[in-house]
Design a protein around this ligand. Structure first.
Ligand code: SAH
Length: 229
């Protein structure tokens, strides 16, 4: 079996396992996992581990999140990205999670494509994410920005969806402000290292917020103005 055949086989078995354990449920999220080549988003030495369900080291002591965590966050009971949505991600890292969301908001050939803006605090990771997204065919649907995403990204606000992939001490006010009415914000909130709760925030018509706790998670800490010092 050559490298490509091996990757295709373990990718198929990962997706079956994510479906079996109900991390993947909707056809839109399953389709995103089928389309995005995760092996293009990991460091070359981890290529054969791309479809293991664990976080993997990237640059600057950061990690690409485990597959099941990416699945949980894009599903219909969490971020639930729709075709045409404008999405902000805080923490580009490898660019993989942004590519999954791009598949959902701007599938190839759709009439009304959405867009993903993903912001990253480490310059080396900005380059890493850009290269990966470009090689995998997502550079037209995802824009990578260098900066402190704890303050959001006002130039493209408001957003239909905001996804934070690093753990915050609290929900940053600017992110709530940059969310559209009816929009969804997903963010891990808690202590800087192990352990946090994944919170889904929905902005209601009167400008108030409804929050739901989706359970325990473990993310690297959010830095910047509204992150951990
Ligand atoms: N979504 C990524 C994994 C994220 S790991 C992927 O698919 O690979 C969390 C990322 O958040 C790290 O790359 C870290 O550098 C970044 N980060 C932490 N604080 C940040 C901040 N204030 N603004 C932008 N990025 C931040």
């Amino acid at each position: 079996m050559n490298d490509e055949e091996y990757l295709a086989k373990i990718k198929e078995s990962l997706i079956s396992s994510l479906i079996k354990h109900k991390f993947l449920k909707s056809s839109r999220a399953i389709n995103a996992f089928e389309k995005v080549p995760r092996e293009e988003f990991v460091l070359p030495q981890y290529r054969s581990n791309a479809y293991a369900d664990t976080p993997l080291p990237i640059l600057e002591s950061q990690t690409i999140s485990a597959n099941h965590m990416c699945a949980i966050m894009i599903e219909e009971d969490c971020l639930d990205p729709q075709v045409g949505d404008r999405v902000l991600e805080i923490g580009a890292g490898s660019g993989f999670h942004a590519a999954l969301v791009a598949e959902m908001v701007a599938p190839e050939g759709c009439e009304n494509p959405g867009h993903v803006w993903t912001i990253e605090i480490y310059e080396k990771l900005v380059e890493f994410a850009k290269e990966n997204l470009d090689r995998a065919g997502y550079s037209g649907r995802v824009t990578v920005i260098h900066g402190d995403g704890s303050k959001g990204y006002p130039p493209e606000a408001p957003y239909d969806r905001i996804m934070v992939t690093a753990a915050a001490p609290d929900i940053p006010d600017p992110l709530k402000e940059q969310l559209k009415v009816g929009g969804r914000l997903v963010i891990p909130v808690g202590t800087p290292h192990l352990w946090q709760e994944l919170i889904l925030v929905i902005k209601k018509g009167d400008g108030s917020f409804k929050a739901k706790n989706l359970g325990g998670v473990a993310f690297v800490p959010l830095r910047g103005k509204y992150g951990f010092k």
